[in-house]
Design a protein around this ligand. Structure first.
Ligand code: NAD
Length: 255
């Protein structure tokens, strides 16, 4: 743990969505330890309280709400005068192959995963270009790179995040904004999203073992391992990296 004057994110202001749980929560703790001012948002307000001193400001936010995005970014600017980092971690998973998926599930998952990320990128660019640059990290998934038969709508949403990231990165680079935009692609990581799915299965131990076997490294990932990659992309250490896609998948997509 380091104070706000030192660390790999010293002096930076970071906004993290989905910060009440899983990868967002681990990222908030890591960023705080690396000297960032952390603004944590989520629609789960009780979960945000559990962040304690890892967050300098907590704000209730549904990422699908366009007007709320503007209020949240304005609140960050009012509190800290700048926004340097946005991590779009809020997301939901919906199971269902192409025969089972309902239009309602499709709209729900795309509203959060795609529209939420789109709105976040747009608002962050508005703020970051005023203060001379920044870094945006979008949570996609291995399911945004390779197909998964059991989650048609989720795959579509994460594929959209992957290319939204590249489009935004190219625009910002060519406009000379010094704003970098990259995507992170975890495979199965032990977060509430995955663990709750395992618990709901008919044979949880079988499902858990199957998810572990899916990665050549033979285990699931941890939220902290994903957060470490996010930290690299958020920090100035990745200063010439934009439009990139970063697997945190134990080798799953290398096959
Ligand atoms: N855990 C994995 O294995 C895994 C794998 C690939 C990708 N991802 C992606 O990483 C991101 C984080 O996942 P996680 O595993 O930490 O999940 P999680 O369920 O533990 O946390 C997600 C958080 O997002 C919040 N959220 C959901 N909908 C929201 C909305 N409309 N507005 C605001 N907040 C909302 C939830 O309240 C929750 O706190 C997601 O985008 C997910 O799709 C996760």
């Amino acid at each position: 743990m380091q104070d706000n004057k030192s660390g790999r994110l010293a002096g930076k202001v970071a906004l993290i969505t989905g910060a009440a749980s899983g990868i967002g929560r681990a990222t908030a703790a890591l960023f705080h330890g690396q000297g960032a001012k952390v603004v944590a948002t989520d629609r789960n307000e009780a979960g945000l309280k559990a962040l304690g001193s890892d967050a300098d400001l907590v704000l209730a936010q549904d990422v699908t709400d366009e007007a709320r995005w503007r209020e949240v970014v304005d609140a960050v600017l009012a509190a800290f005068g700048r926004l340097d980092i946005l991590v779009n971690s809020a997301g939901i998973g919906v199971l269902g192959n192409i025969e089972q998926a309902t239009l309602s599930d499709w709209r729900k998952v795309n509203a959060v995963n795609v529209e939420g990320t789109f709105l976040g990128c747009r608002e962050a660019v508005r703020a970051m270009k005023e203060s001379g640059g920044g870094s945006i990290v979008n949570l996609s998934s291995v399911a945004g790179v390779i197909g998964d038969a059991s989650s048609a709508a989720y795959c579509a949403s994460k594929g959209a995040v992957r290319l939204l990231t590249k489009s935004a990165a190219l625009h910002c680079a060519r406009a000379g904004y010094k704003i970098r935009v990259n995507s992170v692609h975890p495979s199965f990581a032990e977060t509430p999203m995955v663990l709750e799915g395992i618990a709901r299965a008919k044979d949880p131990e079988r499902v858990r073992a199957g998810l572990a076997r899916a990665a050549p490294m033979g285990r699931m990932g941890k939220a902290e391992e994903v957060a470490n990659t996010i930290l690299f992309l958020a920090s100035d250490e990745s200063s010439f990296t934009t439009g990139g896609e970063f697997m945190v998948d134990g080798g799953l997509t290398a096959q």
